[in-house]
Write a protein that binds this ligand. Structure first.
Ligand code: PMP
Length: 427
């Protein structure tokens, strides 16, 4: 199956409706769709995820966490015991804010990163950080409002903001993360153009897709700029504890409780299949945020919350994080070594201190999207850079994920990718 056959994603939603009409197929009720529905794009990552499971392919696309070291037998016993002993509570509706025990455990996770003053009363358990982004957009953004973000940023957040018809404005980064001067200039220009700026969405530690971390020297300055301009910071920190060496950098929220709405996730420190995360919300915003969460899901799943709480309470989760840091560090090193060995002159890449991703830059003018089909032919997959900025501008970048692939497969994947890139450079 080719890439296009698998994804069918080359048409815009409007063009798809026109085609459906012309061919007389499945257009019924399309005229009823909201304008919002047309802003929800098919995710390039999901497209490629479907392709990645083809046998024989080495996927450097999906940023899935490594789960093989989870104590599955013990988790099965813990789950059975929850259902046997607390089954009626586990299978019933629960509190809209989430279970108190899990909110307390979320405070322990945050304390490990330097947020020492979190109060479980200020936490709402979410259906993953993804749903926290959605609720934040819903609560703060009217169509046309501006959300600032890093350039590049997480594709899932872009899709969420686009679905609320937000004007997403990417701000440049360098190897130390968001550039304060670029942020100031962008805010002034947008204000001069009469725009309403609501939030800065930021992944300060091990940005997805670039792997870049905002330096500690810049952290306070970024918060200060947002405070001066009455812009809320939406800090998304699913990877913060996955620093390869040394202590994690304190999140922006650690010393700025009133300026930052913080999103945490159990996906990378436990299991994404639980679909759980949390929002630590500034007290003055809590009620609005909480009511919106409740309006979407009524309550997060009590069963998965209980299993996650049992894992954090009864297992040595910190020691598993230490093991997985070593594993990811080894895989990242394998990827950097393979890039060094295989990539031609003119190609550069980031050197992350943690997280799951390396961001590769080809010479200006080369669009990495068409290279994807060639890479699949060659037996590997990546995510083209265009997925990580708003709009459909071509990008000379691509994201490689090292988290879910063995060191041998990483080397093999990069070896397969190299000729595709060499041909593009020679063309
Ligand atoms: N934010 C970022 C930056 C991510 O990379 C991801 C997942 N890859 C998410 C949020 C979604 O996380 P969750 O599973 O908690 O919804």
């Amino acid at each position: 199956m080719t890439f296009e056959e698998t994804t069918g994603s080359v048409l815009t939603p409007e063009a798809q409706v026109a085609l459906d009409r012309a061919t007389g197929s499945a257009h019924r009720h399309h005229d009823l769709l909201s304008s919002r529905a047309f802003h929800i794009k098919q995710s390039a990552v999901r497209d490629v995820f479907d392709i990645s499971i083809q046998p024989g392919l080495v996927s450097l696309a999906g940023g899935s966490p490594y789960l093989q070291e989870l104590p599955l037998d013990e988790l099965a016993d813990a789950t059975a015991s929850i259902i046997r002993n607390q089954g009626l509570a586990a299978l019933q509706y629960g509190p809209g804010q989430g279970l108190a025990e899990l909110r307390e455990l979320a405070c322990d996770v945050m304390a490990a990163e330097g947020i020492l003053d979190a109060d479980p009363a200020d936490i709402v358990i979410t259906t993953g950080s993804q749903s926290g982004q959605d609720v934040a957009a819903k609560v703060f953004c009217n169509p046309g409002d501006v959300v600032l973000c890093e350039d590049p940023t997480y594709v899932g957040a872009l899709n969420t903001f686009e679905s609320y018809e937000v004007d997403i404005q990417p701000v440049s980064m360098d190897s130390e993360g968001l550039i304060p001067e670029a942020l100031r200039e962008r805010i002034s220009a947008l204000r001069a153009a009469g725009k309403t700026i609501k939030m800065l969405y930021t992944i300060p530690s091990f940005n997805n897709p670039s792997g870049i971390t905002l330096s500690s020297a810049r952290r306070d300055e970024i918060v200060q700029i947002c405070r001066e301009n009455n812009i809320l910071i939406l800090e998304d920190n699913p990877y913060g504890l996955l620093r390869f060496d040394g202590e994690p950098l304190a999140p922006l929220r650690a010393s700025h409780p009133e300026d930052v709405l913080y999103l945490g996730s159990f996906s990378k420190i436990f299991a994404p299949g639980m679909r759980l995360g949390w929002a630590l919300v500034p007290r003055h915003l809590f009620r609005r945020f909480y009511l919106a969460c409740e309006a979407v899901v009524l309550c997060p799943s009590p069963l998965t919350q209980m299993i996650t709480a049992a894992y954090l309470r009864d297992f040595d989760w910190m020691s598993r994080i230490r093991d997985s840091r070593r594993l990811y560090a080894g895989r990242c090193a394998a990827m950097l070594a393979a890039l060094q060995d295989e990539m031609p002159d003119g190609v550069s890449w980031t050197v992350p201190d943690g997280g799951f991703f390396v961001w590769v830059t080809l010479p200006e003018g080369i669009d990495t999207y068409p290279l994807l089909a060639e890479a699949i032919e060659a037996g590997t997959v990546f995510i083209p850079g265009t997925a990580f900025t708003p709009g459909d501008e071509p990008s000379s970048r691509l994201r490689l994920a090292f988290s879910a692939v063995s060191e041998e497969d990483i080397a093999e994947g990069v070896r397969r990718l190299a000729p595709v890139i060499r041909r593009a450079l020679a063309a």
